[in-house]
Design a protein around this ligand. Structure first.
Ligand code: ZN
Length: 155
């Protein structure tokens, strides 16, 4: 069975940046299950997986446009330090804002904390080493919800 729209696929992956540094990997964990064609994954991954089948092992290279987007400089802002209470703030820390957005601390000075709401992988070329573990039909319920149930799913 091949990966096409409305199939559930399980993959193992290792993600590297342009320097070859590993950013993320499913190795040592359960494979990633997703519903193909339901925008569960970034567009570049879905394109690279289209038509593949169990046992295929290959590389997918994803540009920022088909990954996590270009950086938007307007999403970087300086927040007065007092907004963080007495917390010890360091570069690299992440916080969730009141509206649910995740921001990363990119600068610290005595007056202000600089936070960046861009996705940490924005502007990056992504290189995925992918192995297809399983491909199956989605259930009607999975199709209605737009995501995978059961092993690797959220229920
Ligand atoms: Zn559901």
């Amino acid at each position: 069975m091949n990966i096409t729209k409305n199939k559930v696929a399980a993959i193992h992956y290792t993600l590297r940046d342009d320097q070859g540094t590993i950013l993320d990997s499913s190795q040592g964990r359960d494979p990633l299950y997703y519903l193909h064609g339901a925008q569960n994954l970034i567009p570049g991954m879905e394109e690279g997986l289209e038509g593949r089948t169990t046992g295929d092992h290959f590389q997918i290279d994803v540009s920022p446009e088909k990954g996590y987007g270009k950086r938007d400089p307007q999403l970087v802002e300086a927040v007065p330090r007092r907004a963080f209470g007495g917390q010890n703030i360091e570069v690299g820390m992440q916080f969730q804002t009141n509206d649910g957005q995740v921001v990363t601390v990119t600068g610290v000075d005595p007056e202000n904390i600089t936070v960046d709401a861009n996705h940490p992988l924005a502007d990056q070329n992504l290189h995925f080493d992918v192995e297809v573990i399983e491909v199956r039909d989605a259930s009607p319920e999975e199709l209605a919800h737009g995501h995978v149930h059961g092993p690797g799913g959220h229920h």
